[in-house]
Design a protein around this ligand. Sequence first.
Ligand SMILES: [Fe+2]
Length: 188
Amino acid sequence: MSRDLPDEAECIGMLYDAGCKRRVVVHCCTVKAVAEEIIRNIKGADGRLVLAGAMLHDIGRSVDNSIMHASIGSDIIRKLGLPAALSEIVRKHTGAGLDDDDVREFGLPPGDYIPRTLEEKIVAHADNLVSDDRVVGHMHSVEKLRAKGAVRGAERVERLHWELSGLYGMDLDVIQDIIGEHPRIAAS
Ligand SMILES: [Fe+2]
């Protein structure tokens, strides 16, 4: 039987218990603040799932900071007995997902790394709108990927940005102005 979705305080406890540094916890809380603003204007998303996904998306950074952290994090979530929908969000959160060529190139365990549900898309993109502890515009992530030569990945982030901006009713880059570059967060 899977456990219920954890609330924000439980997620912070899980991140620290897993061995995450404070910087990672602050990042996760900042991504959660962005995700919270996105779902304020997007109907049809499971809000509790999005918020838990945003809080736990980087739990794998307790083990590894490479691209592997998403797959490692999804295993941690599964081992904690949390819902499968949450481990899927974690595995698919890097950029706007990874296609099969990326998965092969990075030597990741085979699987689907493309965010497909609304909740998976919102968490992945909320993360694209945060750099460390700072809320940024989406071009920050697009340019970072382009600089690495990840042309397809950069295009996917742009597509996801405009897809979710359409559902939100405004260019999501406005979130930086709405909640501020450093929104108030729970991590202490
Ligand atoms: Fe991550």
